[in-house]
Design a protein around this ligand. Structure first.
Ligand code: ATP
Ligand code: MG
Length: 250
């Protein structure tokens, strides 16, 4: 994604001064983030830093106390249907019907999006689960369930996809294929992604922008090129950003 698109296109996701705190006082504070068509934005942060919380607000699974969260120009809370029409997500573990086959799980998701059986089978093929159409999902391995969750998220070419730890449980081929699938959808279809991971190397390989999340705050948000201009690896960049915010100490 070049800088021209950043300034001319309307953002798919616009988050401004968003705060979501749970009843125990934990959560995220004052988040600002814009995502444009074709962007692959990586949320990088340690366990408990607030990545999933940001994503839950974005997809309407929980409500922010204050600030703005617009998807395709629609406030996610007040205009959920319009905001969510071209968005899909895979948050934490995939929500699957364990007693149903892979094909039936996909068909249910396809029907909700007005798609047919062929779309469901294409999605199954994309994640290399052909041959497992009729197997009950309850008997799938962790990685197979993750592949199926990814197939459901990609079904029908949504324009904005939110993926929480998408390579969780995947084997090496699955990791590479998932990365390629994401990059292809962004390049060829202008699909935008918000991806959470605590694996800096994976974010570095997949994303064109990175947001460092730490203790409920967004420490920095920049292009991958800029992050790698400042530091030799994204891991170094992350550690440096955390050090800066803490006034020198890690
Ligand atoms: N339902 C909840 N009720 C209360 N606190 C919560 C809830 N969900 C998350 N939290 C707290 O909010 C903070 C952020 O959690 P979140 O799940 O967003 O982190 P994360 O960055 O996704 O972590 P991980 O890498 O482990 O998935 C943590 O301190 C967590 O304990
Ligand atoms: Mg999480």
């Amino acid at each position: 994604m070049n800088e021209t698109n950043i300034t001319t296109a309307a953002p798919i996701l616009h988050i401004e001064n968003m705060t979501k705190l749970y009843s125990n006082g934990r959560g995220v504070r004052d988040i600002n983030l814009d995502i444009y068509p074709g962007d692959i934005v990586g949320l990088l942060g340690p366990n408990g830093s607030g990545k999933t919380t940001i994503m839950k607000v974005v997809v309407g699974l929980c409500h922010a106390q204050s600030g703005v969260c617009d998807v395709f120009g629609h406030p996610i809370e007040r205009e959920y249907e319009q905001a969510a029409a071209q968005m899909s997500c895979l948050i934490e573990s995939p929500a699957l019907y364990e007693n149903l086959s892979a094909e039936k799980n996909l068909m249910l998701a396809a029907r909700v999006r007005g798609l047919g059986k062929q779309d469901a089978l294409n999605a199954l093929h994309m994640v290399h689960l052909d041959g497992y159409e009729r197997d009950k999902v309850g008997r799938f391995s962790l990685g197979m369930k993750q592949r199926l969750g990814l197939a459901i998220a990609m079904l029908g070419d949504p324009k904005f996809i939110v993926l929480d730890e998408p390579i969780n449980g995947l084997d090496i081929e699955g990791i590479v294929e998932t990365r390629e699938m994401i990059v292809r959808a962004a390049r060829e279809k202008g699909c935008a992604f918000l991806i959470a991971s605590h694996l800096a190397a994976e974010i570095e390989r997949t994303c064109n922008k990175v947001a460092v999340v730490h203790e409920g705050e967004l420490f920095s948000f920049t292009t991958m090129d800029e992050a790698l201009r400042r530091s030799p690896t994204l891991e170094d960049y992350f550690l440096e950003e955390v050090r800066k915010k803490r006034g020198g100490a890690l």
